[in-house]
Design a binder for this molecule. Sequence first.
Ligand code: XMP
Length: 485
Amino acid sequence: MPESYFRDKFRNAMIAMTFRDVILSLGRAEVEPEDVRVHTRVTKGREMKIPFVSSPMDTVTESEMAIALARHGGLGVLHRNCTVEEQCEMAKRVKKAEALIIRDVVTVTPSTTIAEALGLMQKHEISGLPVVDRDRLVGILTGRDVRFADPSLKVDNLMTRKVITAREGITIEEAKELLHTYRIEKLPIIDVDGRLSGLITIKDMILRGRFPDATRDDEGGLLCAAAISPFDLHRARELDRYVDILVIDVAHFHNVKVFEASKRLMKEVNAEVVVGNIGTFKAAEEAITKLENPAAFRVGIGSGSICSTTMVTRAGAPTLFATCEVADAVRQYRAGIPIIADGGIRGPGDIAVALAAGASTVMIGNLFARCKEAPGTLLTIGGRHYKQYRGMGSPSARAKRYALDRYSTPAKGLPEGVEGWVPYKGEVASVLQELLAGLQAAMGYAGAATISDLWEKSMFLMISQYGEAEASPHDILLPSETERA
Ligand code: XMP
């Protein structure tokens, strides 16, 4: 052992850069901020129009947030602090929200009574029902057919028998054409034997037109991602039936048991699997060389606004530092694995810095927990509105026990997160707009027209505490402070 073995730990100490330590240096801008493009890749196989992903936390992402984010070009990751059935229900709601072809079609048979059919229409909030006889489509019953009908009649008496149908593989444009030509609202999809395999509705077509930037799956539904434990194969298999992306959700992925369990799990599922969280070059290197096809890396340990991991353990990898480490490993191995920079994002500037460090997207908890679509409760204090936000390692989140294995075994009794309140900001669509405009401005200053431009052209400037103070408004009393003074 060299004489200076322990002293070298200081001499060789790397700087664990955080978002507050750097700013972007200026670059020659060739496009105006509004023309800066931020389309990106969230996984190897999936693209998005905006680089924003929401955290799988029970005060951030359930179906409502996942639907809203996907509609606006981002992605939500459904949390796992619930039963498998509850998480699958959330995924089904996301998929149903805007599917081009509805797969679990509500149907009736010719012998169903009109009263029963009406009950089904009301319960599922739909205006028409395909009629099937031993899986074969024999008619369609619409709201118009039954409006003033005797409820004791049978569907067979009132259904429309001549149904306009389409085959699997129909394109959006062809479906639109048929719906328009025949002035119909529903288009059943049948297979070669006349069996009903799906349904296209005009309602879904209209919704589709409203969200041209949406993040979609191969069938045109909204893309859906869900968090899983590497040790819960049952949950992974069940979710695999509905979601496109599974996100392994552990605080420290670079762990022998987690690696082995993940290897097994990744062989079992069809969905793309995101691996994380990791924070070092070595962890990324091992994941690249030993795992079969990780779809993306979720990166950063201890930077989250509700994290107390680093405070409690004095161990971690701040998101910015972690992103640079992992990005270099990905580049060195030419692995082409997108990086999701997770935790500590307080605004568009931090997003720009994370992307400049090599990330393709950022994962956000705090800023999205403030929104209407987040599941946390809304509270009013002194006329101001707040929403609940808690770490998944906080005592109350742990009490639900489903996500306990996010943290290392001896730490199970040790809180690694806090809970509290964040100011209410209304709909996530307006928060996204603000983040996007700020990000475009930041990229404009850095002279980048796209995210890959930002990777190649941008440089960091280290900033001191004095610099950070100078970079914020100073030597002026702001209105809120005047009120207090
Ligand atoms: P922000 O800063 O957006 O970060 O609130 C969200 C990210 O924080 C992580 N997370 C935790 N980390 N203890 C931790 O150490 C926790 O209780 C906890 N809960 C969430 C997670 O990566 C999330 O995306």
